[in-house]
Design a binder for this molecule. Structure first.
Ligand SMILES: [Zn+2]
Length: 148
């Protein structure tokens, strides 16, 4: 799915493309969420991780709690993940008339990473509370899982 001619895909060490994104861009501001015919923007959080044999892998989450847990748990695979970061992000799907297909872009906010802060254990506790064996999605709950 690579689109090698995009200048924004080469402007940052972690930008580019991967199987599930045509573009991965670092941005100064994030577009607000929207949903129209052929153009969807979701706001949430992106986890980027890499290791000796994994160039870079980005995964998007609607909520910060599973993003923090995913990053932290991934890093515990000592031999395979040597670094990670959690950032505010937007996932965009836009129908491109010229290409005649959907183009998937991950916009990662150029800001401080959100992982490994002193209150991370509080978010982990919210994540546990939001796990329900009957649902595959995080259930933001009683203690206020937040969402952008
Ligand atoms: Zn690009």
């Amino acid at each position: 799915m690579s689109v090698p001619t995009c200048p924004e895909c080469s402007g940052w060490a972690y930008s580019g493309s991967q199987e599930n994104y045509d573009h991965i861009h670092e941005v100064k501001t994030l577009s607000p969420a929207k949903r129209t015919d052929g153009h969807i923007v979701r706001r949430g959080y992106a986890v980027g991780m890499s290791g000796p044999a994994i160039d870079q892998l980005w995964v998007f989450f609607d909520y910060i709690e599973p993003a923090l847990v995913f990053g932290r748990a991934g890093r515990m695979s000592i031999a395979e993940i040597s670094g990670y970061g959690v950032y505010e992000a937007a996932q965009e799907l836009r129908f491109d008339r010229r290409l005649r297909r959907d183009v998937h872009t991950l916009h990662v906010l150029d800001g401080d990473s959100l992982d490994r802060h002193t209150d991370e254990a509080v978010a982990f506790t919210r994540w546990v509370a939001g796990c329900d064996p009957k649902h595959s999605h995080f259930q933001p709950g009683h203690q206020g899982g937040h969402r952008s």
